[in-house]
Structure formats: C-alpha cells, structure tokens
Design a protein around this ligand. Structure first.
Ligand SMILES: Cc1cc2nc3c(=O)[nH]c(=O)nc-3n(C[C@H](O)[C@H](O)[C@H](O)COP(=O)(O)O)c2cc1C
Length: 365
C-alpha cells in the first residue's frame, strides 16, 4: 500500500496529510492537539470561549459589564494556557488554532495565538477578511480560511491580494452535508449536490492552479472517517483532509468522558440538524436539549451571559438558546442539557482509543 504524502502548509510540513479539526468549546484542547501533532498530523486547539471554564472567570459575577470584561480577558488568558500546554506536550509538532470570525474577541484571539507561536491559524464561521492584518508581524504563521464554496475562496484571495499582498497558505473546504458543528450553508442548501466535495474540491483546485496560478493546498473536511476516505479526497485534488468527529472518541480528546461515551454510543440516526443563534445551522446529536430546541419549547435561561458573538439571535431577540453555555455544558459532561456537535459519521466508533493508534489506522488502512 502506498504511503500517504506529507502535507506542506506555508513553512510547515506534517508527516501525514491529516489535520484534526478545531472543536469548540474545549473538545479539541491542548491534549488532543498535541497528541495528533506528535503522531505526525496537524493538531488544532479550538480557540473560542475557553474563558468560561477557566479559573479566570466567575459566571456568578452579578454586574454584567464586569462579567463580560472578565470573560474576554479570561478567554485570552485561558487560550495562552492552552497553547503553552500544547507546545509543552508537543515541542516539535505542528500546532494550530481555530478561531471563529463571528467571535466578538476574534482579533484578540488571533493576535494572541500568533504571539504564542502557533504554526497556523484556521478560521471560518464568516470570511476571515482581516486575518493577514492581525498577523502581519508573524509571517511564519500560516493562514488557512475555511470555505464551503469556490466563490468564498475567490473573495478572500482577491481581498487579501489587493489589501495585504498575500494569499492564504491553504484552504479548508468544509462539506456542509456531512461536517459537524456550525455549517457554512443555509438550511435549505444542506443537501445541495453543488456543495459536495466532488464538486467543490476539483473546482477550487482548478481555480487556484489555473486561474490564480498559485497551487495553494486544498484540505477536504466533512465526513472523512478512514484511509479510503482520505485517498478519495486526495484523488479529487485535495492535498489533505481535516477530521473532526472521529477524534472525539479518543483518550486524549479534551471533553469529559461522558461526552466521548455519548458519541461512542450514538447511532447514525441520532445525527440531526439544529438551529443555532449564530444564524447558521449546526450538525449535532439528538438529546433532550436538541428535542427542546426543535419543539420550540421555552428554554429557561437567564439572558445573555457574556455577549460573546457579533451576531446572536439569543442576545438580540431571545430566540433559541445561549450557544456558549450549551456547548460548555456538554463539554463538561452534561450531555442531556448541553449541545453535542457531531459530524454525520457519529456512531461508527466501536471504542475510545489512543490517538497514536487511530492515526496509525488512518495512515496504514
Ligand atoms: C464537536 C464539534 C465541534 C466543532 N467546533 C468547531 C469550531 O469551533 N470551529 C470550526 O471551525 N469548526 C468546528 N467543527 C468542525 C470541525 O473542525 C471539522 O471541520 C468537521 O467536523 C469535519 O467533519 P467530520 O466531523 O465529519 O470529520 C466542530 C465539529 C465538531 C464535531
């Protein structure tokens, strides 16, 4: 069997073409990212909302102004902790961060990550149009936008080239029909064949190689489970893959054991689409929390806790639920009352295993 090729992104070369997708909140932290990096892949710390479950934040602070200020500072400090731990655990591995554009403290989190010496920054949930500006002093940090369409990639290339005289170091193309978490497509577009990997990957590779004349690597995300899936994506023209869900059922995944076990025992029919206050659909596992959201029944919650997002229909109109608290609750193990994001492949794991073993299986078949 042929060895999988290595993956170069900017100045960084990973032994295997596998990126572990950023998973918030605190699903992919320092332990998962370091383990993947040590096994020859690219490890990604999810960089958003880390302050909530950190010693730097008191959710019971009654003054909302002080609570919110404390939250953003806590996010910054907790991100520094997480990135430093990842680097201690994997001194020579390729470690990156995932920061969502829609986070209110996006700029601070990006700047902090660059200062902390991450090798790459992956950024989606909005177009990361100002990413090069925030990282201008750190040219060695590779910049990787997440897109679902060639159109979005073109907008980013044009804007970055015009304004910053640089281009992305790679693109992650996330397939909204199978990926976990927030999806870069409207609800009614979710089954659109035009957004399938077999359409978008060759189209984007063709644009980059032939129109733009820059062979920027394209990374396929969404629904990749095993070596055969990786090979399929490479055959479509991708230079690597980003895998999320499969890394949840590992020893090193940073979520509570109850979260991992909930994933382990899930069945394919438990995967569903849920509305999010961000205004994007999300893919998640069905549980009492999701049932309540779907039935529109009142979710008894206090108002906006920390004003964490630029766009939030819970804060603005009291609709849906508080996403940061729902994700945090699940990560801490309350899988009944929290939101458990998942890709469409949930239910295929048969045990919780060490990352090194999983990586070996992925590359060896
Ligand atoms: C639990 C979970 C949380 C996620 N959180 C984020 C996130 O915070 N930011 C992001 O860009 N993508 C997020 N994703 C998407 C993953 O990084 C990855 O691209 C996607 O899940 C790939 O599809 P797969 O799960 O089928 O492998 C999340 C996915 C899951 C399953």
């Amino acid at each position: 069997m042929e060895t999988l090729p290595s993956l170069q992104i900017g100045q960084h070369i990973a032994r295997y073409p596998i990126i572990q997708g950023g998973m918030g909140i605190r699903i992919s932290g320092s332990h998962l990212a370091a383990a993947v990096a040590n096994a020859g892949g690219v490890g990604i710390v999810s960089g958003v909302g880390l302050g909530l479950n950190s010693p730097y934040f008191d959710p019971n602070e009654s003054n909302p102004r002080i609570r919110r200020e404390q939250f953003f500072e806590a996010n910054r400090l907790a991100l520094i902790d997480e990135l430093q731990t990842a680097r201690q655990l994997s001194p020579d591995g390729i470690i990156g961060v995932n920061v969502m554009v829609v986070a209110r403290d996006y700029e601070t989190l990006v700047r902090t990550s660059a200062e902390q010496g991450v090798n790459l920054i992956i950024s989606g949930a909005g177009l990361p149009l100002q990413l090069p500006e925030y990282t201008a002093d750190y040219p060695e940090v590779a910049l990787v936008p997440i897109v679902s369409t060639t159109r979005a990639a073109k907008i980013i290339c044009r804007k970055w080239e015009r304004q910053y005289k640089r281009l992305p170091d790679a693109f992650v193309v996330e397939n909204p029909n199978s990926a976990g978490g927030h999806l870069g497509a409207k609800y009614e577009e979710l089954d659109d064949p035009a957004l399938e990997a077999k359409q978008v990957i060759p189209e984007l590779v063709n644009y980059l190689d032939n129109e733009l004349g820059q062979p920027i690597p394209v990374i396929a995300a969404g629904g990749v489970w095993d070596r055969a899936d990786i090979v399929k994506m490479l055959e479509l023209g991708a230079r690597g893959v980003q895998i999320g869900t499969r890394f949840i059922t590992t020893d090193e995944c940073d979520a509570d054991i109850r979260y991992k076990e909930f994933h382990l025992h899930a069945r394919p029919e438990d995967v569903t689409i849920v509305s999010s206050p961000v205004g994007l659909p999300g893919r998640a596992l069905r549980n009492p929390f999701v049932e309540k959201v779907m039935s529109g029944s009142a979710l008894v919650q206090k108002g906006c806790l920390v004003n964490c997002l630029q766009v939030c229909r819970f804060r603005e109109a009291g609709e849906f639920y508080c996403i940061v608290q729902a994700l945090d609750k699940a990560a801490r193990g309350d899988v009944e009352n929290g939101l458990v994001f998942s890709g469409s492949n949930a239910g295929r794991s048969d045990r919780i295993m060490p990352v090194a073993e999983l990586m070996h299986e992925l590359v060896a078949g």
